[in-house]
Design a protein. Structure first.
Lengths: 312, 304, 458
């Protein structure tokens, strides 16, 4: 379930960790042959269960898409194939809500959040991984400890800070906090940096490369796989975030898609004007970009998640 | 040559500070200061429109007698106590199945993970529709087996089980983590157990689970913290501007109550006290889990 | 060291910047002068008002005309989001004008989020004598008016005539004049298949309509001066027990709500058209909706009645108010004037009559807080026709003459929240009515005391 704040969301969004270079540049793992079911019946049972669960997990998507293609009166009929197939809802939803503006706003927030958090977290992680200095362990301990602080504990003053800067009602508070990096990403990128061979950087420095050059031209390119994982996870977190939208956005035109979807549910759902076909269609529009991202970055996402539990 | 490098690294504290400065600033401005400031605000009466007035411990006193705090706490704990074990059981079952899926594992893994990508708001919408007592898909499915499904979204007794059921849809990442852990279980150990005549269940219980216990522990910790702060799905489905008169007490989670107090009623002082309480509870639960893990989690090798 | 220095620096910076100060008293609007003949300019952002139908757009057009070409009116669509409004005031960027429930105005006023309109009313020449006394009273505090009342909302008994006939009942059995008759009719009207409710017999519309049921039983939820909650009055408890028993007889509120939720409330699949609801008290605007989307639904109407058989309705409604720090109070005031003046209502009603004739529908009247306008509009609505819809119109005007309103109080919102929360607990089966209302009484009284205390300080 989602949480108050992304900071508290540690493994919730599937917390990526790529703790060492080998995990991110995977070598094919030998297939665990021996653990396959031995008997024929065993295999049939396993197969049947897998198929049943797959249906259970995928069917809600199918239901949602199918419902979005039904006219208003049929939305609740639970038919797989719409009795009357219509694309009107997709046109209607554009008239009923500033969907284009919402999508643009969300895209902007998501891109800014992703770029800033990836870059700043990499910078900080590099500082912790490459250099030894007084108080390093203490500071890194603080990084780890700050992951434990529930978002609720900082939510109100954070709002007041943005308020005093006159930023409430703008999209800025939805991403600008990311320019300072996020503890969790710092942690995982540091793990990755530590897995890189130090000799490489020492040699470059011997050749007269400055600190920045070593980071930017040598370390960062080698870190690409881990950066991709961080970027993918932040992309998902930023795209789906509702709470910040609720706190900071006022005008309908400024909404992000999740905030907009919530407002449509309030307006058109139960106790509202009962236009479920629009709510359902807006839900599809909100979800589809995530599905696309998943299929584009599937390998990295799954590997990122997989390494969380075992090596974290 | 090899002597010079560490020397140089040692002297570069200033550079390191430059690199970590974004986080230092961020920590000071968006972590340390807000936490301290929340403590201060919790001692005031503040509605943003008028200046804060210092009220001492009044907010905490009010909090003790606030029936809704008790309700929200109870809801949150009940939900967590149901959701965490249920999520663990389902994701373990799915991971064990996936391990046996052979060549098709990739396909099934994708299917199980996909729902995790659904924005929580959309999950909230789906909850209202799929679990609708009258015409929802879930009850229609139950009716095939002659089961008369409950009113998941309107019957107070079934609202939390409904939320738990819906949360099972998004266990994808736990499945992936457990699957990765399962693949680390040494074949030799399982073979040895087999030779000793241990059946599937016994092998699972005595060999596999102890070995993957760090992964299980990780999932329990993360899911617990997430459940204690659960907000979006329940808020989407049961609260918000259009829903005020129907808001369902059974779905009032602590994070929702806190959000309402802070940003709907602008009771910033009181909400800050609520935030401090949540902070405390999360810390306590985490500490408890760390203590328990010392006894129950089995770490192999040289892990710290 | 560095870290702590930084934290201190940040803390100091934020304190200097005024992180936690009130923004309410920083904006002063003293040099505002309201004058109905002044030329105005600038923007008017309106929060909470939607231009959904001709009643809104016709008046809006008139308002824009009166404001002149130099004023731009923009609407923040959707129902008023209290959070959105209060935080916009808090951050010093409120809309010019806000449209809210009259019961909310007191809460806003006591928070200092809206300003008194005395100068506005005087300067723009708003004729407050045409407003219904109860409506104006709801937004008046310490003899100062904080809102210009707009619509009026009353309830009617709305029922499915076919279902009534089939079960051998008449509209008199469900108009509330005899609670035992309502319960009996509920039993006969409801339909159950297996364990599932398939037709709601009677829907007492809790939690919203508790004030109506209490009043029907002779009790008020709050004293006339708006200072004392009376939620634990035995007559209120009795009313709640009755309204809840209607649900209990049908398998509980959850069962009723699940069925209610699955109907297309604003479409042709509504509960009356689909025959899944026997009767309920409901606001008068729903008549217009029904007439529009399912003109052939077998309807029967009456007023809601108290236990003496007298017509009864709880009047509530909306109002315009000017937020503290409004960037354009002069234009906001003029807009509020034009939206609520008699001629605007008449023009809007005429347009609706025209549109309804065009589509073959019926004009079912509109109710406003402006008595003068209501009288003029009433002439246009058919109250003597033979169709059931004209019965509805007649019932609506009859109800409108027998209303009660919630007394003005500075904690309107919190008060409502207090009793609705507790009624929800009863509906959820967590509490008994008497216990719930006793708890609601305590919470509500505390909110009232607090709000009045800060009010009396001012």
């Amino acid at each position: 379930m989602s949480t108050l704040d992304r900071a508290g969301q540690v493994g919730d969004t599937g917390s990526p960790i790529v703790p060492d270079a080998t995990a991110a540049r995977p070598t094919p793992r030998p297939r665990p042959q021996a653990s396959r079911p031995r008997g024929r019946t065993g295999r049939v049972v396993v197969g049947a269960l897998l198929v049943l669960f797959t249906i259970a997990f995928v069917y809600p998507f199918v239901w949602l898409v199918s419902a979005s293609l039904k006219p208003r009166s049929d939305v609740f009929d639970n038919r797989l194939i719409p009795e009357t197939l219509t694309f009107d809802n997709y046109i209607e939803v554009w008239n009923a809500a500033p969907m284009a503006a919402w999508l643009l706003n969300t895209a902007f927030v998501t891109v800014m959040a992703t770029i800033t958090v990836t870059m700043s977290s990499a910078l900080v992680a590099w500082g912790f991984a490459r250099y030894r200095f007084r108080g390093r362990n203490l500071l890194f301990g603080l990084v780890l400890a700050s992951m434990m602080i529930p978002g609720a504990a900082t939510m109100i003053p954070t709002y007041l800070i943005w308020d005093s800067l006159g930023m409430v009602g703008t999209l800025t508070p939805l991403w600008a906090g990311n320019v300072f990096g996020t503890a969790f990403y710092i942690f995982l990128l540091r793990q990755f940096f530590l897995g890189l061979p130090t000799e490489l950087f020492d040699a470059a420095e011997m050749d007269g490369a400055g600190h920045w050059r070593v980071f930017w031209h040598i370390a960062l390119p080698l870190t690409r796989p881990a950066l991709v994982v961080v970027a993918l996870f932040e992309f998902q977190a930023a795209w789906t975030d509702l709470m910040r939208g609720l706190i900071y956005l006022r005008d309908r035109e400024d909404f992000t898609v999740p905030r907009g979807l919530k407002s449509m549910l309030d307006q058109f759902g139960f106790g509202g004007e009962w236009h479920w076909e629009l709510v359902v269609t807006a839900s599809v529009i909100t979800t589809v970009p995530m599905i696309v991202v998943f299929f584009l970055g599937q390998k990295q996402i799954i590997q990122g998640v997989a390494s969380t539990g075992t090596k974290g | 040559m090899s002597v010079a490098a560490p020397a140089r690294r040692r002297s570069s504290g200033r550079v390191a500070l430059l690199f970590i400065s974004p986080w230092l600033i961020g920590f000071a401005v968006f972590m340390a200061y807000p936490v301290l400031y929340t403590v201060y605000l919790s001692l005031t009466d503040y509605d943003v429109i008028n200046d804060p007035t210092f009220v001492g411990l009044d907010n905490y006193r009010e909090l003790m007698g606030d029936e809704k705090v008790v309700l929200a706490m109870r809801n949150t704990f009940v939900y967590t106590a149901m959701a965490v074990p249920a999520q663990l059981a389902i994701s373990l079952a799915l991971a064990l199945l996936l391990q046996r899926a052979g060549r098709a594992a990739g396909f099934f893994r994708t299917a199980f993970f996909l729902p995790k990508m659904t924005p929580p708001v959309a999950v909230g919408v789906l909850l209202l529709l799929l679990l609708n007592g009258q015409s929802g898909l879930v009850n229609e499915f139950l009716a095939w087996f002659g089961i008369d499904g409950p009113n998941w979204t309107t019957d107070a007794a079934w609202v939390k089980p409904g939320l738990v059921l819906m949360s099972l849809w998004t266990v994808g990442s736990s499945v992936i983590i457990l699957l990765a852990a399962l693949q680390e279980v040494p074949e030799e150990l399982l073979d040895a157990a087999r030779v000793d005549g241990a059946g599937w269940w016994k092998r699972l219980w005595h060999v596999v689970l102890p070995i993957i216990s760090p992964a299980i522990y990780f999932i329990v910790v993360v899911d617990t913290i997430a459940s204690l702060q659960s907000f979006t799905e329940a808020y989407t489905a049961f609260f918000g501007a259009g829903n005020t008169t129907y808001s369902n007490d059974a779905a009032l989670f602590y994070a929702i109550y806190l959000f309402q107090q802070a940003f709907e009623f602008l009771h910033m002082g009181y909400a800050s006290a609520l935030a401090m309480l949540l902070f405390l509870v999360v810390m306590l639960v985490t500490a408890l889990q760390v203590l328990l893990s010392r006894r129950l989690v089995h770490y192999t090798g040289d892990r710290a | 060291m560095r870290l702590s220095q930084m934290a201190v620096a940040a803390l100091a910076a934020c304190l200097l910047a005024g992180c936690a100060q009130g923004t309410g008293d920083s904006e002063e609007t003293t040099d505002v002068s309201f004058d109905s003949s002044a030329e105005l300019s600038g923007e008017v952002e309106v929060m909470g008002f939607g231009a959904g139908d001709e009643i809104a757009t016709v008046r809006l057009d008139r308002a824009e005309e009166a404001l002149g070409a130099d004023v731009d009116v923009t609407l923040v669509e959707g129902d008023l989001d209290i959070q959105q409004f209060l935080s916009s005031v808090a951050s010093g960027e409120p809309p010019a004008l806000v449209y809210a429930e009259r019961s909310q105005i007191g809460t806003f006023a006591s928070r200092g989020a809206v300003v008194p309109l005395t100068d506005c009313i005087e300067g723009e020449g708003i004729d407050t004598s045409v407003f219904r006394e109860s409506a104006l009273g709801e937004v008046t505090f310490d003899d100062e008016v904080y809102g210009i009342p707009e619509f009026n909302v009353v309830q009617l008994t709305q029922a499915n005539a076919d279902l009534l006939e089939q079960s051998g009942h008449t509209i008199e059995d469900v108009n509330g004049s005899d609670w035992d008759a309502v319960l009996a009719a509920n039993q006969d009207l409801m339909k159950v298949e297996g364990n599932n409710l398939t037709t709601i017999g009677y829907d007492s519309k809790l939690p919203e309509f508790l004030p109506l049921w209490a009043k029907a039983n002779g009790a008020d939820l709050i004293s006339e001066d708006g200072r004392t909650a009376q939620l634990d009055d035995p007559a209120v408890v009795e009313a709640l027990e009755f309204a809840v028993s209607v649900y209990d007889a049908q398998g509980g509120f959850g069962e009723v709500k699940a069925l209610r939720d699955s109907a297309d409330f604003f479409g042709d699949g509504n509960q009356f058209a689909s025959g899944t609801l026997g009767a309920m008290p409901m606001e008068q605007w729903y008549v217009s909706v029904l007439n529009d989307v399912s003109p052939d639904a077998p309807m029967a109407f009456d007023t809601v009645r108290d236990l003496q058989g007298e017509p009864l309705a709880w009047a509530s409604g909306s109002a315009w108010a000017i937020p503290k720090g409004s960037p354009n109070p002069e234009a906001a005031c003029r807009m509020a004037r034009v939206m609520t003046e008699t001629d605007s209502w008449i023009a809007a009603a005429e347009e609706r009559v025209r549109l309804r004739e065009e589509s073959g529908g019926l004009f079912t009247g509109i109710l406003t807080a402006n008595e003068e306008a209501d009288e003029a509009v009433r002439e246009m609505a058919p109250t003597d026709g033979d169709s059931v819809w004209s019965e509805a119109v007649a019932a609506m005007y009859e109800a409108n003459e027998h209303t009660f309103a919630m007394p003005a109080n500075p904690a309107g919102d919190e008060f409502e929240q207090a009793w609705q929360d507790e009624v929800n607990k009863v509906l959820n089966g967590d509490k008994e009515p008497a216990e719930a209302l006793a708890d609601a009484q305590a919470t509500a009284q505390e909110a009232l005391d607090e709000a009045w205390a800060s009010w009396d300080e001012k």
